[in-house]
Ligand binder design. Structure first.
Ligand SMILES: CC(C)(COP(=O)(O)OP(=O)(O)OC[C@H]1O[C@@H](n2cnc3c(N)ncnc32)[C@H](O)[C@@H]1OP(=O)(O)O)[C@@H](O)C(=O)NCCC(=O)NCCS
Length: 377
């Protein structure tokens, strides 16, 4: 039997050519289409960044106006989706609701199984506009509130906060949220994007690929980590314990601390640099510095003790909480943003497709094992 070198978790394996996102894990550099994430976070918007991810270059002013218009125009949901949400059990989480609703949206797509470039781009607009609507609508329906219709005069970020809270967000909240969307928009072959590419590679449709990506994002080792971070902070506050002692006891039990460590970064995750600043600023502005200060103490301790850096999920937890967002919406919010990157990757995959089908090193019983009929077992 031939033996191969197995790379557990595909660590370091290069599985695709891609012109979308570049990461230098040692230098802590993340760039979309060559542009440093710090420049985008400081100067761009989610809409412009999405154009960049999909088209490979920044738009001219008129291209941006046209692109934003198409994205705004795509803010439509079939009413059946709201009915579906109303029928979900009370225990349904926003992430389960989102995953199911994205899958269901393919019923209403005019060319559900089409995988040509133009169909993919059209679906990318639709889903990017619809995912924030789904997240906000589900949250309001589960709380017995009326669904808030989108406001086409608001940006992607501002409109989500409007649909979620039912009141117009202040500009500072919109900008903070917009930056969070930029920072989460793409990250090369992370688990959910890889899942999306594997599904698209079979020539399955965009809705299937995005449904699978949402399933992958849900796990606490990936996008679910931001929710897990906030649960930890709430637990520490509830028990009235010391954050450092709490984390020390996790280490003693050989447990992981969510929001730390990364498969690719060996230094600070550049997204965490921004989110730390945002969390600090917001907490000062709101007069509630509790979550930020607790996070800082945990970060210093984990860094000293384990040489592990905070990742994108650590400070997004305190940032979103200070923005008044419930913790089980954190991962769906990650999906709102990452939809831009998932779409870019599905489009890139299908523009030059080859089925993704690796091999496994077989470790089962040695061939041939004789079949024994059930009466003789
Ligand atoms: C992100 C993550 C899954 C990367 O995993 P990975 O590349 O497979 O690395 P490993 O899980 O093998 O970790 C390598 C070592 O660091 C330790 N480590 C990594 N992240 C850790 C964490 N958050 N807390 C405690 N220890 C951690 C592991 O225990 C392991 O130690 P060991 O070699 O003594 O066994 C991992 O760091 C993690 O689970 N982090 C917490 C979840 C999280 O925040 N996910 C969001 C990522 S953006």
């Amino acid at each position: 039997m031939a033996t191969a070198t197995v790379v557990k978790g595909l660590e370091g394996v290069v599985a695709a050519n891609s012109g979308i996102c570049w990461i230098d894990g040692y230098a802590g550099v993340l760039a979309y289409r060559g542009i440093d994430i710090h420049e985008l976070a400081e100067q761009s918007t989610f809409e412009e960044t999405t154009y960049l991810l999909w088209h490979g270059r920044l738009p001219s002013r008129s291209q941006l106006v046209e692109f934003t218009g198409k994205l705004t125009e795509a803010r439509r949901l079939p009413s059946e989706i709201y009915d579906l949400f109303r029928r979900f059990p009370k225990t349904a989480t926003p992430m389960e609701a989102l995953r199911t609703a994205v899958s269901a949206l393919s019923f209403y797509d005019p060319a559900e199984s089409a995988v040509d470039h133009d169909s993919n781009v059209r679906k990318a607009f639709a889903l990017t506009a619809q995912i924030p609507m789904l997240v906000a609508a589900f949250d309001r329906i589960r709380k017995g509130k009326d669904v808030v219709e989108p406001d086409r005069s608001l940006t992607h970020a501002g409109n989500f906060l409007w649909m979620l809270h039912g009141k117009k967000p202040i500009p500072a909240a919109t900008r903070t949220f917009d930056i969070a969307l930029i920072l989460h928009a793409d990250h090369e072959l992370n688990a959910s994007t890889f899942a999306a590419r594997v599904i698209a590679g079979t020539m399955a449709d965009m809705h299937s690929a995005i449904t699978g990506a949402i399933g992958a994002l849900k796990g606490p080792l990936h996008g679910g980590a931001n929710e897990a971070v906030m649960k930890m902070l709430f637990k520490i506050a509830h028990e009235g314990g010391d954050p450092v002692e709490y984390v020390r006891s996790l280490f003693a039990q050989k447990k992981k601390v969510f929001g730390f460590g990364h498969r690719v970064y060996r230094t600070e995750d550049p997204r965490a640099t921004h989110l730390r600043k945002m969390s600090e600023q917001l907490s000062r502005d709101s007069g509630n510095t509790k979550w930020y200060e607790m996070s800082r103490r945990i970060e210093d301790f984990v860094k000293n003790e384990k040489k592990l850096n905070a990742n994108v999920d650590f400070y997004s937890a305190s940032t979103y909480t200070t923005l008044g967002i419930d913790l089980d919406l954190f991962t769906p919010i990650f999906a709102i943003s990452r939809m831009a990157g998932w779409a870019a990757h599905v489009i890139e995959q299908l523009d030059d497709n080859r089925l993704i089908r690796p091999r496994a090193e077989y470790t089962g019983p040695e061939y041939p094992v004789k079949y024994v009929p059930v009466e003789q077992r």
